[in-house]
Design a protein around this ligand. Structure first.
Ligand code: ZN
Length: 296
């Protein structure tokens, strides 16, 4: 009887997963390929996969994890944390870069295992708490997860002497968050910037046309403001939610010979932001031209 009810539960779980999950047609294999975890700077470690970045910040009062990644990622992240000699249960606070399934779907499992507090930027809270069902792009859904603290632009997260600042860098999602903190390396303070994302995906509507509203009201203005915010942030250590955005793999290959100074890349940060702005402005111009043709 117990076996039967268990298999009924299992079947229901499988069905609900099948019903709610739109698996992306081509998922980058680097999203699920493990990477040996490593130290980026004092108290700051990389515990993600070859492309989906996850960061562990350790403090004497417990640890902070940024990004839970895919629903399948928590065992990989946990293994990485333990390989570094830390305890998964020491994670007291869970943060994300933005409310998409490739950065936040693992949150439910991680919260269950760690009892951490989940802190999310205001405009992404509904997407997180509905498991992606209110996301304007209707991406792959994930387990709905309760948020313990709602963050706002400029909110700080403090634990054991470490302060992280949440910068709302909206556009990619309405509550997309860029995290900053300072680390002291060899007595020198270094500014860390973890870019949330600045990509306008191909299906995003930056311009409203009759009968076709923008992806969300103000999306184009949000992106433009985000580039201004990012340009103004002092950056020594350049990181992001995807490794490819800050050349993770090539920098990691150089780290063996050059040490952790490979992560100091303020020129690379400026270049990446400038290139993303050019890409965004080209997309915007293309959509504005198409909208103008509709009117003529
Ligand atoms: Zn995303």
């Amino acid at each position: 009887m117990r076996l039967l009810s268990r298999s009924i539960h299992l079947a229901a779980a499988v069905l609900s997963v099948l019903a709610c999950t739109r698996i992306p047609a081509q998922q980058n294999p680097d999203w699920t390929t493990p990477l040996t975890p490593f130290r980026i700077a004092p108290n700051l470690y990389y515990v993600g996969s070859r492309d989906l970045a996850s960061y562990l910040i350790t403090t004497p009062a417990g640890d902070i994890l940024i990004n839970s990644n895919l629903a399948s990622s928590p065992p990989q992240i946990r293994h990485s944390v333990e390989q570094l000699g830390f305890h998964f249960s020491d994670i007291k606070i869970l943060l994300i870069s933005h409310a998409h399934f490739d950065h936040a779907a693992g949150s439910a499992a991680i919260l269950q295992q760690t009892h951490a507090r989940y802190m999310v930027m205001d405009a992404d809270v509904s997407t997180i708490e509905t498991g992606g069902r209110t996301d304007f792009a209707h991406f792959t859904t994930f387990p709905p997860t309760r948020v313990d603290r709602i963050l706002h632009d400029g909110s700080t997260v403090q634990l054991g002497g470490i302060t992280l600042t949440a910068h709302k860098t909206a556009g990619h999602t309405p509550g997309c968050t860029t995290w900053t903190m300072q680390v002291i390396e060899d007595g020198k303070p270094l500014n860390v910037v973890i870019v949330g994302s600045v990509t306008a995906l191909s299906e995003y509507r930056l311009v409203a046309t009759p009968g076709h509203p923008a992806s969300y009201p103000g999306i184009a203005q949000d992106f433009a403001h985000t580039f201004d915010v990012l340009n103004a942030l002092p950056c020594d250590i350049f990181l992001s939610s995807h490794g490819s955005y800050f050349d993770l793999l090539s920098k990691l290959a150089r780290m063996k010979a050059e040490g952790s100074s490979v992560w100091i890349d303020s020129a690379g940060y400026k270049r990446a932001i400038a290139q993303s702005r050019v890409d965004f402005e080209a997309d915007l111009a293309r959509q504005q031209t198409a909208a103008a043709h509709l009117h003529s």
